[in-house]
Design a binder for this molecule. Structure first.
Ligand code: IMP
Length: 207
């Protein structure tokens, strides 16, 4: 069975990817499981570029090990707040420093938005997923979850910026809704399902 290596060290992302790709004829491995760990500098200005940077770095490590006949998948995601010129954007993980808690980061964003009226608090989570096929072909899928920034930090279910983000159609933050419900509407879920469609077509053609 063809191997697919995921350029992440995050166990939750691995679980979600394994669930969505369950019926594809692929053996899915984390970069650690594949012995192909890479941590490139994310120098891109778009989520697409950064996800490609991560995928290419893992592909290079695999090729150096003689394991180039492997698919590689990588993602990059973040929060765009329209009133802040789409910040924190591609810097979402690095905003105020990697080691700063999200309680502090979320409080700082709420403070920056003080006085900004409801209709101007629009925001979205974005996720870009890149895939590199064994022959070097690259493609990228994007998913978004539209919403707005609330006025308080609320909810225990999510991570990162979830406690201040209220998805369209909801009155509570994405840290209040259940993880299963969030997966159905999330940027990552949408991008992964679009990637699943693309890959299932490609893998069927090849077999
Ligand atoms: P990366 O995609 O792992 O580089 O991280 C992106 C960063 O964006 C995370 O560290 C979070 O701060 C933020 N982020 C991405 N997706 C979500 C989400 O679903 N909820 C909350 N924060 C998110």
């Amino acid at each position: 069975m063809m191997k697919m290596v995921i350029a992440t060290g995050n166990g939750n992302k691995m679980r979600e990817i394994r669930e969505i790709f369950a019926d594809l004829p692929l053996e899915i491995l984390s970069m650690k499981e594949a012995g192909a760990e890479a941590d490139p500098e994310e120098t891109g200005t778009t989520f697409e570029e950064n996800s490609l940077i991560k995928a290419r770095a893992v592909k290079e490590v695999l090729a150096a090990k003689g394991a180039g006949d492997t698919l590689v998948l990588a993602d990059d995601s973040g929060l765009e707040i329209d009133a802040l010129d789409k910040a924190p954007g591609v810097l979402s993980a690095r905003f105020m420093g990697h080691d700063t808690s999200y309680d502090v980061k979320n409080a700082a964003l709420l403070e920056k938005l003080e006085g900004v009226p409801e209709e101007k608090r629009t925001a979205r989570f974005v996720c870009a997923i890149s895939c590199i096929l064994p022959d070097g072909t690259e493609f990228v899928k994007r998913g978004t979850m539209e919403g707005k920034i609330g006025h308080e930090i609320a909810g225990e279910n999510g991570f990162g910026y979830d406690p201040i983000f209220i998805p369209d159609g909801y009155t509570v933050s994405s840290a209040v809704i259940s993880p299963d419900e969030k997966n159905l509407i999330s940027h990552r879920g949408k991008a992964l399902r679009a990637m699943y469609q693309e890959l299932s077509g490609k893998l069927k053609k090849e077999s």
